[in-house]
Design a protein around this ligand. Structure first.
Ligand SMILES: C[S@@+](CC[C@H](N)C(=O)[O-])C[C@H]1O[C@@H](n2cnc3c(N)ncnc32)[C@H](O)[C@@H]1O
Length: 254
């Protein structure tokens, strides 16, 4: 059986399926089996590519069900409205979102670079209602539209500011104003470290997401730590990515 993940709610969900070449002839049948097993699944999308480009989106093919693949995903009690065909979203990162949210203290200003449809910001806003402000910068206009909606449906408009544009430009308005910076762009987060450092007010935390081999992560974290003059750092494995390669978050204390 092909592997798949389900995004959405009891009312409407979609399945995203990976189909091996030897199962290709059966793909429609597989899609229908998934829809039969999960009555809430209204459409089945097949992964047709890796995540690519600046926006980190895949190509998909609709194997069965409705053309409208927008869903409202629910995790830890908050709602995330999205269309996987237009934006990045990974339900498997919900535990990591909770970990980050539980680190945020009262009164903090948090910069969420590469904010997508806003799941990190919403997790923080819900878990730490006394956060001062969460600023979200995202370059994909579709993601920004969904993020604005998500801020509204989760009643966080007073806490979360949504900004469309490139982190390199848009963060300038927040230099020296933040206590914590999140950098969830694992393939090239480190290229934006200069911007993250400038965002910090008076020390604070930078959470840098990277994809690295098990053998290289410690040395990599030590190198970055020296470069940015961090006081300390902690490495957290987020998810497996490939054999002996993982997605990590490095929490740098400055
Ligand atoms: C890996 S996704 C993470 C999205 C979100 N933080 C999440 O966890 O679901 C990275 C996001 O960064 C955005 N992005 C890439 N380069 C950017 C840039 N220079 N400025 C702002 N956003 C950017 C992409 O459009 C994409 O939505």
């Amino acid at each position: 059986m092909a592997s798949y993940e389900i995004i959405g709610s009891r009312e409407k969900a979609i399945a995203i399926v990976e189909i091996e070449d030897n199962e290709k002839k059966r793909q429609k049948e597989i899609a229908n089996e998934i829809m039969k097993k999960h009555k809430n699944v209204k459409a089945v999308l097949k992964k047709m590519s890796e995540r690519k480009g600046v926006e980190r989106i895949r190509s998909y093919r609709l194997l069965a069900g409705e053309k409208d693949t927008r869903v409202t995903h629910i995790e830890y009690g908050y709602k995330l409205f999205l269309d996987p065909r237009k934006v990045y979203f990974s339900p498997r990162e919900s535990t990591e979102r909770q970990r980050i949210a539980s680190l945020v203290k009262e009164g903090e200003t948090v910069m969420v670079m590469f904010a997508g449809i806003g799941p990190l910001a919403i997790a923080i806003g819900k878990k730490q209602p006394n956060v001062k402000k969460i600023i979200c910068v995202e370059i994909n206009p579709n993601a920004v539209k969904f993020m604005k909606k998500n801020v509204e449906i989760n009643k966080l408009s007073e806490k979360i500011d949504v900004i469309l544009g490139d982190v390199k430009e848009k963060c300038k308005d927040y230099y020296g104003k933040c206590d914590r910076v999140l950098m969830p762009l694992p393939h090239k987060s480190e290229l934006f470290l200069d911007v993250a450092l400038k965002c910090l007010r008076n020390g604070g935390w930078i959470h840098l997401y990277v994809i690295k081999g098990e053998e290289e992560i410690k040395e990599f974290a030590e190198k970055i730590s020296r470069e940015i003059n961090a006081k300390n750092f902690f490495i957290k494995k987020v998810l497996p990515y490939a054999p002996r390669v993982n997605k990590y978050c490095i929490d740098f204390m400055l």
